[in-house]
Design a protein around this ligand. Structure first.
Ligand SMILES: [Zn+2]
Length: 346
């Protein structure tokens, strides 16, 4: 089984965008607020809206996508905390409906109603709702709800502990995923995303977060940003800071996905990062939609790169495509096992 742990709902029906436009217009003029949170989207329209993702799954050979709301759409910095909460509920409910309609293709991951400067306690009720009531197996956690200005404390600060306590209690991992950038210096998918990944990893080196939360699990997407390429720098910085080795300090808790859009990048990832810490993902349909003229294949068809990796044993390939996802997302493992698809015994 091939599990793609990183897919966003980027093909939403127009009704969702119209709601968002009205919701934001309502901030300036309450008369323009949406009159209802019922978007009027039928099951048929919802199922049709994810046909492009399902087509790619079939063509590229993946079975199941861990599916979350559009990352750029979370936009925690926009409006007010109440706006973020309403928007989050609506986006998560749509993901829940799609995963209920098409359970063999999609498993749900949610967004959180974060807002800059607000206690992360404000996220607990929604986190409990989506996991306990809606069966979500993970969340996306935005390390910079300000959208490119980094006004909240680092991820190792106690500011974030309420979320971590709940994630550990629920056995749910977080993908550290920024949203759109409102700082024109940072293109959102080209700079802000990669900055977010790299910044989060460096924050974790500087702190001792996993001493307080030994079972907490983070996925750093987009191949870990600049981290694998600069692994020597990070090892050296950790050493200078008198931290344990990165393997001891972080690799029991931090995992990387394969959303790197060329073969040399994946080769480097697999050479530098232990196989135990790599999870297959494509982020389709997302940041880069085009076809690479050098290969004739879509940039985000990442399975092709993993397939081309030399020197991987069958067991290691299984880990990247399925086994590690089951380990990092225990609720996914339980769900699949319940459906008669247990993982391999290692
Ligand atoms: Zn993403």
């Amino acid at each position: 089984m091939i599990i793609d742990i990183h897919g966003h709902y980027t093909t939403e029906p127009q009704a969702l965008h119209l709601f968002r436009d009205k919701q934001l217009a309502g901030l300036a003029d309450s008369a323009r607020k949406p009159t209802s949170t019922d978007l009027g989207i039928s099951d048929e329209v919802l199922a049709k809206s994810v046909a492009p993702q399902m087509k790619f799954q079939k063509e590229r050979g993946s079975d199941l996508t861990i599916f979350s709301p559009r990352a750029g759409g979370m936009a925690h910095h926009v409006g007010t905390e109440a706006v973020s909460r309403e928007w989050t509920t609506i986006c998560n409910d749509l993901i829940h409906r799609i995963c209920t309609l098409l359970p063999d293709s999609f498993v749900p991951v949610g967004q959180l109603p974060q807002f800059p400067g607000v206690s992360t306690k404000n996220c607990i009720a929604e986190l409990e709702r989506i996991v306990n009531e809606l069966g979500f197996v993970g969340v996306n956690l935005n390390p910079d709800p300000s959208g490119g200005y980094w006004t909240d404390p680092p991820l190792t600060d106690r500011h974030w502990y309420p979320i971590y306590e709940k994630l550990c209690e629920l056995e749910v991992p977080a993908m550290i995923h920024v949203s759109s950038s409102c700082n024109p210096n940072f293109h959102h998918t080209g700079a802000h995303y990669i900055n977010g990944d790299t910044t989060a990893f460096m924050q974790l080196i500087q702190g001792n977060l996993f001493k307080d939360f030994p079972t907490l699990k983070f996925v750093i997407p987009h191949g870990g940003g600049a981290v694998p390429f600069h692994w020597g720098r990070y090892r050296g910085l950790a050493q200078d800071m008198k931290k344990p080795t990165l393997a001891e300090h972080l690799l029991g808790n931090v995992f990387f996905d394969t959303c790197v859009y060329h073969l040399p990048g994946i080769e480097l990832l697999a050479k530098v990062i232990p196989v135990d810490n790599i999870l297959f993902a494509s982020e389709m349909i997302g940041a880069v939609k085009g076809v690479d003229p050098e290969t004739g294949h879509h940039f985000d068809d990442t399975k092709r790169y993993v397939d081309q990796l030399q020197n991987l044993s069958d067991a290691q390939r299984y880990q990247i495509f399925e086994g590690n996802a089951r380990k990092v997302y225990p609720r996914l493992d339980a769900l699949l096992t319940k459906r008669g698809r247990p993982g391999r015994k290692s």
